[in-house]
Design a binder for this molecule. Sequence first.
Ligand SMILES: C[S@@+](CC[C@H](N)C(=O)[O-])C[C@H]1O[C@@H](n2cnc3c(N)ncnc32)[C@H](O)[C@@H]1O
Length: 503
Amino acid sequence: MLKIRSICLLQRRWKSGAKKRWNVLQNKKNNCDRALENFDDFYGSVYGSRWKNMRAALLTRHKYIAMVNNFGDTEQTCSMLEMDGAINMKSLINLALGRQQETTDTMPEQGKSRHEIESKLDSLLRKQQEREVAHIYPSSAEDGSATTLPQQLKYDNSQETQTEDVNQPIEQSLTRALEEDYRLDEHRLVDPQFGTGGLYEYMPAHSIKGMEDWVAESEHYKYYKTNADFPLTIEPEASFYFPEHLSLYTYEMGNCSDFKGPKKCLTGVLSHYLMDGASTLPPLFLQVKPGERVLDACASPGGKSLLMLQTLHLDQLVCNDVQESRINKLRKVLQEYLFDYKDRWACKRLIFSQSDARNLDQYEQFDKILVDVPCTTDRHVLNAQDNNIFKPTRIKERLRIPELQAGILANCLRLLRPGGSLVYSTCSLSPIQNDGVVHMALQKVFTEYGITATIKDLSQQTSLFSDIFKFDHPKGLKYGQMVVPFLPANFGPMYFSKITRNM
Ligand SMILES: C[S@@+](CC[C@H](N)C(=O)[O-])C[C@H]1O[C@@H](n2cnc3c(N)ncnc32)[C@H](O)[C@@H]1O
């Protein structure tokens, strides 16, 4: 009897194995496979040899930052995060700001204080790293064995020839990763594949090998590749300040430690909010000032709205999203984090709005607008099957994304008061959804409404963040900045462009 049962079990196991093999033989692709294949073709030709490292990072667990809730037990939360070895981004940025200011100064005695700030920053980072290493690998310090990289830092893509050896000493591996990246950057600058126009010349609009799904997108690309038919100024952003009341905590580059989950505070709200670190940059660069009226045009689930509220600067924030279910999600998040959500502080300031941002026009003009549009969500589509935009039945929707994005951005430019600014952002590496859409929207508002705008060049300000994020500055990127996935700082992707409406 016993014998018969085990035979049955064996048979069943063999059957399911055979089914699996049959799927493999049929070469059935899932949605994530489709997305990866598409990116390999498209981003491979956009980013060249650098795509390999971005790809490995995209397929690896990404890094978060912790935003402290000012409506909870703020000081306790900050101490807890610091005890765990996290660094307050504000101190890093303020040190970098001081360093930048000193560099522009030629006074000889100031060289000394620059040196002091630099060594302070170095020792802060070194201490932080030592504390972290001791925490994660306590035995290495005791037995004298080499410290190894955290598992997450391993390039986990089997097709990559560049697989990191996890047994390498941490410094050696990090140095190698950084050196490799600089080498690739150098290579890109002289690589004839990228030509003088960088991204703008990398592919013909119609003949994109293996990229049939992108043909409609490349039509937009062809359109924005033509010379601008609208007046455009690009000027450096004058200044940057880190909001006094905002506390964002991160681990230094190369440290992939996890944050503890949020806790309930005495006021009943949650202690901190975890988000992709690169998502903090669009609202930070919007530079919301006290008393301003702000629109978050595509607000749900609400991380960026919450960040702007945590600056305690806003006079009014209109949180808009197109779907009712998304608005409900946003309400829930804000409710979990804002004390007095139903009455005083938040009630006076928060307005929920459910509209298609392409047609939104029921409000007075805004001082600032965040335009964090729907996009191909490049990291998400490689890791989640459900509701994936690369599902074959969603092809049309996917191909219309740049058009939708340009429609939203153009309407938001119209909703800005003259002199007001907006930040447009996506979490996609696609030059079409990024610079391409900015170009299309600027063209559209000029042709239809005679509106002109100035692009703010943020490169000097983003360099303040270069100890935390990996920025990519492809030659052709004209209108925005981009954080790219990078194993030692696995944030993003995040593209953002700051635009001011001319008077
Ligand atoms: C990238 S998510 C926004 C993430 C959000 N800013 C945050 O930081 O949590 C894009 C949002 O745009 C919304 N959306 C899509 N189409 C829209 C439209 N036409 N008008 C307004 N919102 C739209 C989606 O429902 C989605 O919630």
